[in-house]
Design a protein around this ligand. Structure first.
Ligand code: HEC
Ligand code: HEC
Length: 414
């Protein structure tokens, strides 16, 4: 009795959950049936999904029988028979995100304890030591590149580059920190304004989650996502059109939404299907550019201004900034927020930060106008040399804000 008690105490300390099952000969099998199989059958996602949006799941590592599971995991190097606690699978389960959710943390703990208990029992089981597997190896079914691409940190990086970087266009109405002045205007109550406060200030991960939870990202039909259709003017929007269909912003939003939907729906199974990273890195500067004296007939045509900087070696080889918007023909002008741009991987790209203005100095603005509405017919069309309209130079200080913007005159034409 005393011995059993002592045994229990030490075992209890070692594996908190084992004693209620007893330590009979078939304890490994019991543990597998009682604690591992339920993970395989569970409808909810495993703790892996806190960091892997898709591509891997703990269920991928569980076979139909414990013999198959053990033999396969052992041959894949996921179980360390000599030092069970060093098993790679336990290390995977033990990985914890910086900000774990309470639910995720509980699931992780249960998974960890279940696998730890089973692996400890299994390595001592002579029947399992002799087990062989000739069936397919357990583990993820997609290649490593796909697993990497579907990692939450990669997905978040893409969200930041493609959507969050443009939030300056949205925050005045959608950030709870900046939209309080909308309460009471046009009959909006505090609840109305709270209901559209999908921006979580300074937290892109939480903002992405909120866009998903509020149904503003449509993973069945990404192009139909309200986060795109409303500001692109394809659907009624309380804030009016915020960017043009076929513009850079429209393209970037769509790149993210399409990729996100493909990841969530497990559409990738080959590295060649993954989107290529863009060659350029861009952030909003807070500066605005206005071009005046544009012909009225260009009303609503998309105009892109590429901004080159004067350097010791002449005009910069690649653009330092870019801006895109439709022309307001009646006013014969065009205006847009300006993004700073740099080739991905370049020194300048490493230094670009949101809200840091382009320095004062001498700049060349190259103007492209979509005279034939090619971007309306093909949203992926990029304005190129055939759409070039003219260029102008300016220099001096360039203040942040839209009042006043930097104003340049359209080059004389026709
Ligand atoms: C805290 C975040 C986090 C959690 C949770 C997480 N992983 Fe990972 N995983 C990563 C990161 C980061 C990498 C890539 C870098 C590395 O391997 O260290 C990775 C890589 C992988 C790889 C790639 C190949 C390899 O051998 O490294 C596999 C497979 C994998 N994880 C499986 C899992 C499984 C299965 C789970 C759940 C049991 C899981 N991960 C839980 C962050 C996590
Ligand atoms: C001038 C204010 C204003 C700006 C700026 C603005 N919006 Fe809106 N937006 C609204 C209002 C008002 C509504 C609520 C009415 C409606 O659904 O159109 C709304 C609704 C939305 C909704 C639906 C919210 C929900 O959960 O019902 C989304 C998504 C959205 N906007 C996206 C954007 C994006 C993306 C931007 C920036 C590119 C943006 N908006 C800029 C005013 C604005």
């Amino acid at each position: 009795m005393v011995i059993r008690l002592l045994l229990c105490v030490s075992v209890c300390l070692a594996f908190a959950a084992i004693p209620r099952l007893g330590l009979s000969d078939d304890s490994a099998l019991e543990l597998f049936k009682q604690r591992i199989t339920p993970i395989l059958r569970a409808p909810n996602a495993s703790s892996c999904t806190e960091c892997h949006l898709s591509g891997v799941d703990l269920k991928d590592y569980i076979g139909e029988t414990q013999e198959q599971t053990f033999a396969s995991l052992r041959s894949a190097g996921m179980i360390d028979v000599n030092n069970p606690d060093d098993s790679k699978l336990l290390r995977f389960i033990h990985r914890t995100p910086d900000k774990p959710t309470p639910v995720g943390e509980k699931v992780r703990q249960q998974e960890y304890e279940a696998f730890r208990a089973w692996i400890h029992a299994a390595v001592k089981d002579p029947k399992l030591a002799a087990a062989k597997t000739d069936s397919d190896q357990l583990g993820p079914t997609v290649p490593l590149e796909v697993i990497r691409h579907a990692r939450q940190d990669r997905v978040l990086q893409s969200f930041v580059e493609n959507i969050w970087s443009e939030m300056g266009r949205c925050v005045s109405c959608h950030s709870p920190e900046l939209n309080r002045n909308k309460i009471g205007r046009n009959g909006s109550t505090e609840e109305d304004v709270d209901a559209i406060s999908w921006v979580v200030p300074r937290d892109p991960a939480a903002t992405l989650q909120k866009l998903v939870d509020t149904g503003n990202i449509d993973t069945d039909d990404p192009d139909a996502s309200q986060v795109l259709t409303k500001p692109a003017g394809l659907e009624e929007h309380g804030g009016g059109p915020k960017f043009a269909v076929g513009s850079r912003t429209d393209k970037n939003f769509r790149v993210f939404l399409k990729d996100y939907a493909a990841i969530v729906n497990d559409k990738y199974n080959d590295p060649t299907q993954l989107p290529k990273p863009s060659k350029e890195f861009a952030v909003l500067t807070g500066q605005h550019l206005r071009i005046v004296d544009l012909p009225e007939r260009f009303h609503e045509k998309l105009l892109r201004a590429d901004i080159y900087r004067h350097t010791d070696a002449g005009w910069s080889e690649s653009r330092w900034g870019t801006a895109e918007n439709p022309i307001a023909g009646k006013k014969q002008m065009w205006q847009s927020m300006v993004m700073a741009t740099a080739a991905r991987g370049s020194d300048r790209a490493a230094q670009l930060k949101p809200d840091v203005p382009l320095p004062g100095g001498r700049y060349l603005v190259k103007i492209y106008i979509d005279r034939e509405d090619k971007t309306k017919q093909d949203r992926d069309y990029e304005l190129g040399e055939s759409d070039f309209y003219g260029q102008v130079e300016f220099h001096g200080e360039w203040k942040v804000g839209y009042q006043p913007p930097k104003i340049v005159h359209a080059p004389a034409h026709d």
